[in-house]
Design a binder for this molecule. Structure first.
Ligand SMILES: Cc1cc2nc3c(=O)[nH]c(=O)nc-3n(C[C@H](O)[C@H](O)[C@H](O)COP(=O)(O)OP(=O)(O)OC[C@H]3O[C@@H](n4cnc5c(N)ncnc54)[C@H](O)[C@@H]3O)c2cc1C
Length: 399
């Protein structure tokens, strides 16, 4: 009897999948798997296509804060994420000799910080039973019409979906195919960032260390088992910059940090030999509209706030909001996309305004600015402001 019941249930699930709206999500980062999870819960049939061949389980530490914590709690993931969180409780500014000269506490908040890849892995694990994941593939063309979207892939056979969502990050392919060239929507904010795993960092597990020279920042983060270094510098847009040109970008970084003190020479040695080097422009994505008919964008693809905002937090909240809007209006997905945009823009826009303030505190442009920031960071008002700026949850949009 049990076997018969199981067969009936499996056939039932199969029929459900055949009749529920089919949604293609491009990108299995933070937003993509979160959206797939919630869409499946609401009776949709999601497929996620990810260019990488697997989810990498390392990367920059990112935060899950405010309403995003409530979303992961409702997904049943809070305990798993807390178990994988870093133990960081403060960031200290150091001088050339490594002596502490300022401090930004995080006040022991209940927010979560964990390596981006670990967060993506947990979200994928939560979604993978109810969504199809196609790794090592990407879409190459989309042809929307009134009733659906024809999609062609690099490797898989062409398919038709009811809608396509771009959750494929700062350099989104869906955004390019549906809205136009990247340079129309992506604004370089005058800063480049590089990260590299740095096992020899030797920083305490609770502490991030930050070292500045004018227009430059070097930071060491203990991570979770695997320490990570980040190097940021102010620069006008570099002509011909290509985030995928690893060799060229290593040379750009070495030139930008030549002669910089503290542990920078050691770090540049690490960069030279690392095969896990990341380098990109710190950018803001501004799109006048987040959807075009049956195609919509989400997360960094729609509204990147780069590393001075709340990118991962906003990606999770946005995915939840989008799934909720689609569930409320499954027969009119363009209307659902408009509703998602109305709600989520109210959450995103205040965080975008905070980007420049964050950059001014973290990367002062003069020696005087660095000294003033360090002195002020020891005073209660700046510490309180910094805590609000870097740790406060978005104010609107509880799930
Ligand atoms: C150095 C650094 C530090 C950061 N620090 C923080 C922080 O402290 N706190 C914070 O909240 N946020 C931080 N962020 C931002 C955060 O990582 C992003 O905002 C967040 O990951 C956005 O999620 P997403 O799902 O929209 O995009 P992503 O996480 O970028 O995921 C996009 C996915 O799409 C895939 N993809 C790309 N192109 C294609 C394609 N053509 N086809 C298929 N798949 C594709 C990618 O491989 C990736 O898996 C930081 C970012 C950087 C770069």
């Amino acid at each position: 009897l049990d076997k018969r019941l199981l067969e009936i249930l499996t056939i039932g699930q199969y029929i459900d999948r055949m009749t529920s709206p089919t949604i293609l999500i491009s990108g299995a980062g933070i937003a993509g798997p979160t959206l797939a999870f919630w869409l499946a819960r609401h009776g949709f049939s999601p497929t996620v296509v990810e260019r990488a061949t697997a989810i990498r389980s390392s990367g920059s530490p990112v935060d899950v804060r405010g309403d995003a914590l409530e979303v992961v709690r409702q997904m049943g993931l809070e305990a798993t994420l807390r178990a994988g969180a870093t133990a960081v409780t403060e960031a200290v500014f150091v001088d050339e000799a490594g002596r502490q000269v300022g401090r930004l506490p995080n006040g022991g908040s209940r927010d979560l910080e964990l390596p981006r890849g670990d967060l993506a892995t947990v979200l994928h694990e939560a979604a993978r039973h109810d969504a199809d994941f196609l790794f090592g593939d990407q879409l190459t063309a989309i042809a929307p019409d009134a009733a659906g979207v024809e999609v062609t892939f690099e490797r898989s056979r062409p398919r038709r979906f009811d809608a396509v969502i771009g959750a494929d990050g700062l350099h989104s392919a869906v955004r390019r195919l549906a809205f136009g060239a990247e340079h129309d929507f992506v604004e370089h904010l005058g800063i480049y960032v590089a990260t590299v795993p740095f096992p020899r960092a030797g920083v305490p597990a609770h502490q991030v260390q930050l070292y500045n020279t004018p227009n430059r920042l070097v930071s060491l983060h203990p991570g979770r088992g695997q320490a990570l270094a980040a190097l940021m510098f102010r620069s006008a847009a570099i002509a011909g910059f290509d985030p995928h040109d690893v060799g060229g970008n290593k040379r750009i970084l070495a030139a930008a940090f030549a002669g910089t003190g503290w542990r920078t020479p050691e770090l540049l040695d690490e960069v030279a030999t690392s095969d896990a080097f990341y380098f990109d422009s710190v950018s803001r994505v501004s799109l006048p509209r987040w959807s075009n008919g049956r195609v919509a964008v989400l997360g960094d693809a729609a509204s990147c706030v780069s590393l001075f905002g709340d990118g991962s937090t906003l990606a999770i909240i946005g995915a939840h909001t989008l799934a909720k809007a689609m569930a409320a209006s499954p027969g009119d997905l363009p209307a659902a996309f408009a509703q998602y945009e109305r709600t989520h823009r109210l959450v995103v826009e205040p965080r975008m305004a905070g980007m420049e303030r964050g950059a001014r505190v973290l990367i002062p442009t003069t020696s005087f600015g660095i000294a003033a920031r360090n002195a002020a960071s020891c005073l209660a008002p700046l510490a309180a402001w910094a805590q609000r700026t870097f740790t406060s949850p978005p104010a609107v949009g509880a799930p």
